[in-house]
Design a protein around this ligand. Structure first.
Ligand code: DC
Length: 225
């Protein structure tokens, strides 16, 4: 039965390494992966394309409900391909502008409600690794394992800086740090599903740890080490 498939939730602020860790974890376990942030990013992108204002809550909820999105697996080590209405938008949804718009639409309860069941439908055998902000608190409150992955704002800004530099994008570290602080503030202080660890979550601080070290700790926390 789909509803009995185990779930590992990994929540935390942007840039804490959740994306990399959840992809590696899902691959190692052979489980499905839910990148819930991508659904908020897709909603923001689809709204912009359809001319729906980012202040129009009802319109945005409608866009979220009708989202024609697909996640296609790629080769191991490659990010999942994200398709919106038949078009590959994998790169487009990762821009800072799309992330900022996603953070705005994600603050709206009707948008969150519209995406709730779609997220729960990812829970399929043999199991699911769910990456987001409210996976352990709202979407999968009975998940077997809940991780809250965090890192200092400076470390997260530095990681993002390196990623963008590697991608050939010229950025300023101070501007990135400021953006991260603003987004954290918005994600943590919104009334709709604010970012916070579930009461039964295990908090892992990845500051100063390598990806492998973080993965080992997450596997141990999930009883899979
Ligand atoms: O993880 P991400 O950067 O792709 O998320 C994009 C935005 O969506 C971010 O500002 C937080 C929001 N989000 C959310 O509110 N709830 C989730 N479960 C996932 C993301």
């Amino acid at each position: 039965m789909a509803t009995t498939a185990p779930v590992i939730t990994v929540d935390g602020p942007g840039g804490a390494g959740k994306g990399t860790i959840t992809q590696m974890l899902a691959r190692r376990l052979g489980w499905h992966l839910l990148d819930s942030g991508a659904l908020y990013r897709l909603t923001a992108l689809a709204a912009t394309r359809q001319g729906v204002s980012l202040d129009d809550e009802a319109g945005l909820a409608e866009v979220a409900r009708g989202l024609d999105a697909a996640f296609e697996p790629t080769e191991p080590g490659e990010p999942v391909r994200v398709i919106l209405a038949g078009e590959d938008v994998t790169r487009e949804i990762r821009t800072e502008a799309c992330g900022d718009n996603a953070s705005r639409v994600a603050a709206m309860q009707p948008v969150r409600d519209a995406l709730l069941q779609r997220q729960r439908d990812f829970r399929q055998p043999p199991g699911l690794v769910a990456d987001g902000r409210d996976m352990g608190t709202v979407v999968f409150p009975r998940a077997e394992t809940k991780i809250f992955l965090t890192a200092s704002a400076l470390e997260r800004a530095e990681r993002r800086y390196r990623q963008l530099k590697d991608a050939g994008v010229d950025v300023n570290i101070d501007a990135l740090l400021e953006e991260i602080r603003v987004r954290d503030e918005r994600d943590m202080n919104r009334s709709a599903a604010p970012l916070k660890p579930a009461e039964d979550a295990q908090v892992i601080d990845s500051t100063g740890l390598s990806i492998e070290e973080v993965l080992d700790r997450v596997m141990a926390a999930a009883g899979q080490a």
